[in-house]
Design a binder for this molecule. Structure first.
Ligand SMILES: O=P(O)(O)OC[C@H]1O[C@H](OP(=O)(O)OP(=O)(O)O)[C@H](O)[C@@H]1O
Ligand SMILES: O=C(O)c1cc(=O)[nH]c(=O)[nH]1
Length: 246
């Protein structure tokens, strides 16, 4: 475990986040089998983001994206979120949704510009198995009906988790208003679909919904040469040549 710096400023969150993720093995290099069945030379293990400093550092990155246009509109010095709910797909999206909802409000109050702009933003997530007793259902947190919902997740590969999340939100009567992931693996969806999952989602959601990632596979290839060595970078390039999106 390495020392963890405090959440970084907006401008450099990407530069500080990559080494932090690597030194805590959240981002690791080896041979891993993905949900899609592909064999990958790297893996992002967001379940290791279980300490407060790591959670804050990553939440700060999501919050930087979510507090910028087009996720907000700023007019006459007043910022207004263009969404009502931060939705984290089960399981690994769950802590992200709660941490980011908190982070947005906390950093606003720390910066002295607390105008309560985030007070009406809630989090919500799904259960993987519907609950048949008590309050029932499969949504925990804010009800989605009629609300503008931003999806937050750790990783996007083939987009299966994103498609499921969109289905859940629409089924509950919510309106998908955007997507933010920490890592876009920038892979083709399938042999038959050369677009990336983000590209397909952009197309399927009508092209007007903001979909953003903090880090992409290209960042690993461009920025990690001196940390992981040329051999590992070459494995990433080979993987991209085989599975990369068009
Ligand atoms: O774009 P995709 O091909 O769907 O792959 C990425 C998704 O897969 C993983 O979650 P998983 O579905 O394994 O569920 P979990 O959060 O319960 O671990 C990961 O956390 C992403 O949500
Ligand atoms: O595609 C996946 O299954 C996947 C990739 C990755 O880097 N991390 C993860 O949790 N899942």
């Amino acid at each position: 475990m390495s020392a963890i710096p405090p959440p970084s400023a907006d401008q450099d969150y990407k530069a500080t986040l990559l080494p932090l993720l690597m030194s805590n093995n959240v981002l690791s290099f080896g041979t891993y089998v993905l949900k899609s069945g592909r064999e990958s030379p790297y893996f992002f293990t967001s379940s290791l983001l279980h300490t407060a400093p790591l959670l804050r550092a990553t939440s700060a990155a999501y919050a930087s994206v979510l507090s910028s246009e087009p996720f907000v509109t700023t007019a006459n010095g007043i910022t207004t979120p263009n969404f009502d709910i931060i939705f984290g797909p089960a399981y690994k999206g769950i802590p992200i949704s709660a941490a980011v909802t908190n982070e947005l409000a906390v950093r606003d109050s720390l910066s002295g510009s607390d105008k309560g702009v985030w007070d009406n933003v809630s989090y919500s997530f799904n259960r993987k198995e519907a609950k048949a007793h008590g309050e029932g259902g499969n949504i925990v947190g804010a009800p989605l009906k009629g609300k503008r919902v931003v999806i937050v997740d750790d990783v996007i590969t083939a987009g299966t988790a994103l498609r499921e999340a969109v289905g859940i939100i629409e089924n509950e009567g919510g309106i998908v208003a955007g997507v933010v992931v920490l890592l876009d693996r920038e892979e083709r969806v399938s042999d038959a679909e050369p677009k990336s999952a983000v590209g397909v989602a952009q197309r399927d959601l009508g092209g007007k919904i903001p979909i953003r990632s903090v880090i992409g596979l290209h960042d690993l290839i461009e920025k990690l040469g001196d940390k992981i060595g040329e051999g590992e970078v070459q494995r990433l390039k080979d993987y991209r040549a085989r599975y990369g999106a068009e």
